[in-house]
Design a binder for this molecule. Structure first.
Ligand code: SAM
Length: 276
């Protein structure tokens, strides 16, 4: 599982790191307009990490019925602290994966996940998609921000890089199912999701957003506080520095391997299974 205590994600929880996905905060800012929210929908974030996107969405759409699902107890604990710090703890519900049995089926308008599905192994990925399929309303929407492999990367390179990342960081780089749009589309179709749109994230998007709410500023302060605490903790500091060194050695310099991609899927029938 990617959320094991020894994975680098554990150190990122300690440092309150926000926007751990393709293009960071700019990736989230590119995702939000795509969600095309009216503001009262029932929305679930899968794999909310330290909770920064939850704060961003709820502060911009106060009437949203917003919940989050996480696999890691450490991440959930930090996200809860962030929500408390931003005075949002009573307006967003957080669940651990093992608590999702209590979530009603067919009640969610929209699910989004940023850099979550790509780091799952085949079994966890199928289970996550089955959960999303169960809670979404018929024709409900799934939005992803994931880095997917470019089509010309060989299966051997993908396996080598994933093995290396798993060994050194405790998480793979990206599931081999997510390679190029067509293969990714076909994979999701088998799990009951039709791709309706995809957008390549572009590094030119880094300054896309305009202003932030007071709660978002509190959230940024909370992230900074995590960095300050981490700077004082030798163990965490060493882990982060070591992971940065490893990250710098994963790819051949000058060669592109992955593309940050926003993808929109509509829930459909799982092949051979009628919709409930
Ligand atoms: C790379 S982090 C991204 C966190 C957050 N979405 C962000 O962008 O900052 C992936 C997150 O997914 C969580 N996760 C892993 N497997 C999961 C699963 N099956 N269901 C929900 N969350 C999961 C991890 O614990 C981690 O917090």
């Amino acid at each position: 599982m990617p959320a094991e205590p020894q994975s680098i994600l554990s150190a990122y929880a300690t440092t309150h790191t926000a926007f751990l996905h393709a293009m960071g905060e700019a990736g989230t800012e590119a995702l939000i307009p795509l969600l095309a929210l009216s503001g009262t929908e029932s929305v679930v974030e899968l794999g909310f990490g330290t909770g920064a996107t939850l704060v961003k969405l709820k502060s911009r759409y106060p009437k949203l019925r917003l919940s989050g699902i996480e696999a890691s107890t450490e991440m959930k604990a930090i996200a809860l602290k962030r929500l408390r710090f931003c005075r949002l703890e009573n307006s967003i519900s957080l669940y651990l994966l093992e608590e999702t049995g209590s979530l009603p089926s067919l009640h969610t308008d929209l699910v989004y996940a940023e850099s979550v599905l790509g780091i799952l192994d085949e079994k966890s990925l199928s289970q996550a998609l089955a959960l999303v399929h169960r809670i979404l309303k018929p024709e409900g929407l799934l939005y992803l921000n994931d880095s997917i492999w470019l089509e010309d990367i060989s299966p051997e390179d993908i396996r080598r890089i994933n093995d290396f990342c798993q060994k050194t960081l405790g998480i793979p780089q990206c599931n081999e199912q997510f390679q190029g749009i067509e293969k990714t589309r076909a994979y999701f179709q088998q799990h009951g999701f039709n791709m309706v749109r995809h957008v390549n994230l572009d590094p030119g998007m880094t300054k896309l957003w305009h202003g932030t709410t007071l709660r978002e500023r509190c959230s940024k302060l909370f992230s900074l506080f995590g960095k300050y605490l981490a700077a004082k903790n030798r163990n965490t500091r060493q882990k982060i520095v070591a992971s940065q060194k490893v990250s710098g050695s994963i790819f051949e310099p000058g060669k592109a391997y992955l593309c940050g991609t926003l993808m929109v899927f509509k829930k459909s029938a799982i092949p051979n299974t009628p919709l409930p």
